[in-house]
Write a protein that binds this ligand. Structure first.
Ligand code: NDP
Ligand code: MG
Length: 386
């Protein structure tokens, strides 16, 4: 039986890894829709190769270019936010949510509202609108399969029917490229240096998040929504080798872990085939070669993003959406060389200090909060740059 699959964010790092798995087992999958933001050539090539029914480009000015690139292919095309939502709403057995940032939220909600099975990589959508997303998933009978490697590990180790038997969830973190660096050393880093992750090859935004450790903060909030054991029972542990992807500790003293080589195709394959297993073309985990695994506590002084995220999940309401939006703006500004590396967490902290609206009750209100947090971040960064 073939599985009909849609990939939101098909041209990115997670999207390409998903396509790689699908294209190696063409009999098992059929591609319904693919989306991108501006990479017309990448999207068109993937749509032709896979025989997708529909291709959507987020930037609506690029609609004609996409239509040209796919002329004669039989692939239907669309452009703009509404086309992304159309792509997510088309009937499919399985949808990969791999758009980066809160830009993925509306398509993700559209897929959930169709009661789809969704592989979730797009953590920012869950951080910004976790309560609404989980509510939509429950209300429409949708299934959320975590693709983020840590959450996929927890999903595999967790006794979902007995959450009360969980003592702790231990979210592992590589510590990023600056794990051993001082704040003074971090102050001068360039975007080129900061995107070089020691273990994982990923898109630019999440690579910067890993360097500031905001990624682990976002993942704490993500875990809180996916695995409701109480955020006070989710701990962060630095594990530089990225071999243990996370652990679940039970009240009887047993701790279960999921291990694998740091290759996103491992968690993607798990979610893609779930509840079955599929063959994935990944390196086998060679523990003899690795030799030893090490662990350390995270350093809150050098990585202030961790405490900001912890405070946001504790307070709830609009705080996680503000944290995420300010971070997205600050990371983009750092990548554009408008602010320094240490300014990223500082800007997020300042936006959180200045803006404290009521909890958003619906998606429109989430976007109001998101927009205002971005505007404030931009304003603060202009002051900084001046
Ligand atoms: P990339 O930057 O590599 O890819 C992002 C994808 O989203 C691309 O297809 C891009 O299109 C599209 N996109 C970007 N902006 C928009 C927008 N405004 N509207 C619609 N589509 C958009 O990101 P990654 O693959 O690294 O990450 C994707 C998500 O997965 C993120 O949320 C990240 O945190 C999460 N994740 C990633 C991991 C990884 O290993 N990379 C690991 C765990 C989680 P285009 O190419 O045209 O710009
Ligand atoms: Mg992760």
């Amino acid at each position: 039986m073939t599985r009909a699959v849609t990939i939101l964010g098909a041209t990115g790092s997670v999207g390409s890894s998903t396509l790689d798995l699908i294209e190696r087992t063409p009999d098992a999958f059929e591609v319904v829709a693919l989306t991108a933001h501006s990479d017309v050539a990448g999207l068109a090539a993937a749509a032709r190769r896979t025989g997708a029914r529909f291709a959507a480009i987020g930037d609506d000015r690029l609609g004609p270019a996409l239509a040209d690139a796919l002329a004669g292919s039989g692939v239907e095309t669309g452009a703009g936010e509404s086309a992304l939502i159309d792509a997510a709403s088309m009937p499919a057995d399985w949808t990969m949510a791999a758009i980066v940032g809160c830009a993925g939220l509306k398509p993700v909600m559209a897929a959930l509202e169709q009661g789809r099975t969704l592989g979730l990589a797009n953590k920012e959508s869950l951080v910004s609108a976790g309560d609404l997303m989980m509510q939509a998933a429950r209300g429409h009978g949708a299934t959320l399969l975590p693709v983020d490697s840590e959450h996929n590990a927890i999903f595999q180790c967790l006794d979902h029917a007995r959450l009360e038997s969980v003592r702790r969830i231990i979210l592992t973190a590589s510590g990023g490229p600056f794990r051993t660096w001082s704040r003074a050393e971090m102050a001068a880093v360039t975007p080129e240096r900061a995107v070089q992750h020691p273990n994982w090859s990923m898109g630019a935004k999440i690579s910067i998040d890993s360097a500031t450790m905001m990624n682990k903060g976002l993942e704490l909030i993500e875990a809180h929504h996916l695995f409701p054991v109480g955020h006070g029972r989710i701990d962060i542990l630095v594990h530089p080798q990225s071999v243990i992807h996370s652990m679940v500790e039970y009240v009887d003293g047993s701790t279960l872990a999921q291990l694998g080589t740091p290759d996103m195709r491992v968690p993607i394959a798990h979610a893609l085939a779930w509840p079955e297993r599929m063959v994935a073309p990944v390196e086998t985990l060679d523990l003899v070669r690795i030799g030893s695994l090490s662990f350390e506590a995270p350093d809150p002084d050098r990585f202030p993003a961790l405490a900001l995220a912890r405070a946001a999940v504790e307070a709830g309401g609009a705080r996680p959406a503000i944290l995420n939006a300010a971070n997205e703006q600050a990371v983009a500004a750092f990548l554009a060389r408008r602010i320094g590396f240490l300014d990223i967490a500082a800007i997020v902290a300042q936006v959180l200090d200045r803006y404290d609206p009521a909890a958003p009750a619906n998606l429109d209100e989430v976007f109001v909060v998101d927009g205002e947090a971005r505007r404030l971040a931009d304003e603060l960064m202009e002051v900084k740059a001046a």
